[in-house]
Design a binder for this molecule. Structure first.
Ligand SMILES: Nc1ncnc2c1ncn2[C@@H]1O[C@H](COP(=O)(O)OP(=O)(O)OP(=O)(O)O)[C@@H](O)[C@H]1O
Ligand SMILES: [Mg+2]
Length: 580
């Protein structure tokens, strides 16, 4: 799928905190693979330029799209100042709602900054639509005759996401007007690995970067850590003799991205204010906490290990006002200590609109997050499959933080740690390369055990009474997990599994033949702990006839589960992604 001729690869990196896009023509890629056009976004508040914009979307009272990115943030600030924001819808950091989405279905709602709800599909698809339209506009400026059909679209998602989360992103992209057949989902750490690999080729020309060349030499093993705003997304590869790679540990990670440092800081501010002031702000003006985080987002970049400078961060004036309202006669500025949730007394001072902290106390906002990351990496490297990994490639915006990079370098002092110059944009640049040259990854590891829900003749020796039922004169056992592939199994990219024949009895509204995942290697029933329904193998809309057999081939080595179904009677063949 998505293999037709194209002239341009357009990649969208839809991040938890920052999103952006990049593109390059086939000719550009052949000339210089790492070169791509990245949109420059201007933050109207700081007038700074970035290669990604803030992942925020604003809708007006009638749920019409209004703005996306830094512009949405600035407009929302404006609405707050005029006290007109309460009827508008402002969403930010909503990508994390997909982080633990384990089962299919997209009719769910998400809450905006002030607790108002909209369908998630609207919020995601309008965001993608904005990025798509902006990209088309920029691409037209560069290449005037570019048509929609000439573009191959790449949308990046964390490798640790479940199948339903990926399916949801595809649906949102299709709703945003991207043709499903020209869209490929790329996995963020893999895209970053591709970028870094190509850097090694580019730099080789200049005789530099021995480390990069060693990292991608046949036989070597490396781990890629995409440290983003929401997730730490990890993959590990071994380089094969032909320079392609195979995954040696199934993708993994957790929700210890840069925003968990922000959460620590917000918790600290809430301790500073006390419970009743916090509650009052949460109920009456929750956007004040948005402002608190916004200020910290830039200020936290000053925090580095062993600094001898105090940490200064602006705090909104409403904090002091709310404090004084609920504590008559007392002033927030006169507070000298904060008793934190870890039961520590931290000394503070508030001068003007700035909160000042000792450097060590500012470092503490990072401590738990950074520990989680290094501990997780240590465990991975101790696994059998982690043996021989000599390099850690650290990318993502959070990899710009000296707090994280120094912790990784000192914990893994015997390893090579590569942090590319453009760590924050590596995924975006790599996604463009992936569009042009998707052949780097030869083999992946199955993230789950996959299987179908089936029934069998009930056998009291092996089946549980709970699943017994009678149909068509037979006593059956239902809900059985019929395994197709085990968790951690190597799966070759591009390869379909042997065809299986099924009888299509009916296609209800949603589909037929239910596919489940499991986190254990040998689940017996599809409703066991760790099992999730992820989609139907066959859904309506493929023109298959009911009560006829058809052959199904599936592949699990791609970035999404792919299905090819053939029905001899109707001579219909169809290829599609799970959930379509
Ligand atoms: N110098 C820095 N110090 C500390 N944190 C930083 C620094 N630079 C960026 N960050 C953090 O990195 C995160 C953004 O990284 P990135 O743009 O890779 O995330 P994302 O793509 O939006 O998220 P995800 O990939 O998890 O969906 C933010 O939390 C930001 O605060
Ligand atoms: Mg990212």
């Amino acid at each position: 799928m998505a293999t037709k001729n194209y002239l341009l690869v357009a990649a969208i990196d839809f991040g938890t905190t920052y999103s952006g896009y990049a593109f390059s023509s086939r000719e550009d890629f052949q000339r210089e693979p790492t070169k791509a056009y990245l949109k420059q976004w201007v933050d109207p508040v700081s007038s700074m330029m970035y290669n990604k914009t803030s992942t925020c979307i604003l809708f007006d009272e009638s749920v019409n799209f209004n703005k996306f990115g830094f512009e949405a943030e600035a407009k929302y600030q404006d609405l707050i100042m005029d006290n007109e924001h309460k009827t508008w819808y402002f969403f930010r950091r909503f990508k994390m709602t997909l982080y633990d989405k384990q089962s299919s279905g997209d009719g769910w709602l998400i809450e905006d900054e002030t607790g108002k709800q909209l369908p998630a599909l609207v919020v995601f698809s309008e965001s993608i639509k904005y990025l798509k339209l902006s990209l088309l506009e920029e691409a037209k400026k560069q290449q005037t005759d570019i048509q929609a059909d000439d573009i191959k679209w790449i949308l990046t998602v964390p490798a640790i996401w479940s199948d339903p989360a990926k399916t949801f992103m595809r649906r949102a992209a299709v709703q945003a007007g991207i043709d499903t057949n020209s869209l490929t989902i790329a996995l963020e750490p893999e895209a970053a690995a591709l970028f870094v690999k190509h850097l090694s080729v580019d730099r080789q020309l200049h005789g530099k970067c021995r480390d990069l060349i060693r990292t991608f030499a046949p036989g070597s093993k490396y781990i890629v850590v995409d440290a983003g705003g929401g997730t730490i997304d990890i993959t590990a590869h071994e380089v094969l003799t032909d320079g392609t790679v195979r995954e040696i540990i199934k993708s993994n990670g957790g929700n210890w991205g840069g925003t968990s440092v922000d959460r620590e800081y917000l918790d600290f501010i809430k301790c500073l204010l006390g419970e009743s002031v916090t509650q009052s702000i949460e109920q009456n003006e929750p956007q004040v906490f948005f402002e608190v985080c916004r200020e910290f987002e830039t200020a936290k970049r000053q925090i580095k290990p062993q600094s001898d400078m105090k940490f200064n961060v602006r705090i909104p004036s409403q904090l002091g006002e709310a404090y004084a309202n609920l504590n008559p006669g007392r002033d927030l500025k006169s507070k000298k200590f904060v008793f934190t949730k870890c039961k520590r007394n931290v000394s503070i001072s508030i001068i003007g609109d700035k909160l000042r902290l000792a450097p060590k106390d500012a470092e503490d906002f990072f401590a738990e997050t950074v520990n989680e990351i290094t501990r997780h990496l240590e465990n991975l490297l101790l696994q059998n499959s982690g043996k021989g990994i000599a390099t850690i490639i650290l990318v993502g915006g959070f990899a710009e933080s000296p707090m994280l990079t120094q912790a990784v370098k000192s914990t893994f002092s015997e390893m090579r740690v590569i942090i590319p110059h453009e760590a924050a944009w590596s995924v975006l640049r790599g996604a463009v390369i992936f569009g042009h040259d998707p052949g780097l990854i030869k083999e992946r590891r199955s993230k789950y055990t996959y299987g179908l829900a089936v029934f069998d003749i009930f056998d009291p020796k092996i089946h549980d009474e709970k699943y017994k039922y009678e149909e068509d004169g037979e006593i059956r056992c239902g809900y059985l997990f019929s395994k197709l592939i085990s968790i951690d199994d190597p799966v070759t990219v591009g390869e379909y599994r042997k065809a299986e024949t099924y009888m299509l009895t009916d296609i209800e509204d949603e589909g037929s033949i239910a596919l489940f995942t499991s986190e254990s290697s040998d689940p017996k029933y599809v409703d066991e702990k760790g099992c999730s329904f992820v989609g139907f193998i066959l859904s309506a809309g493929h023109n298959f006839e009911v009560n006829e057999i058809f052959d199904v081939m599936m592949r699990f080595g791609e970035t999404e589960v792919e299905i090819k179904a053939y029905q001899p009677k109707s001579n219909t063949i169809s290829s599609y992604y799970l959930g379509q």
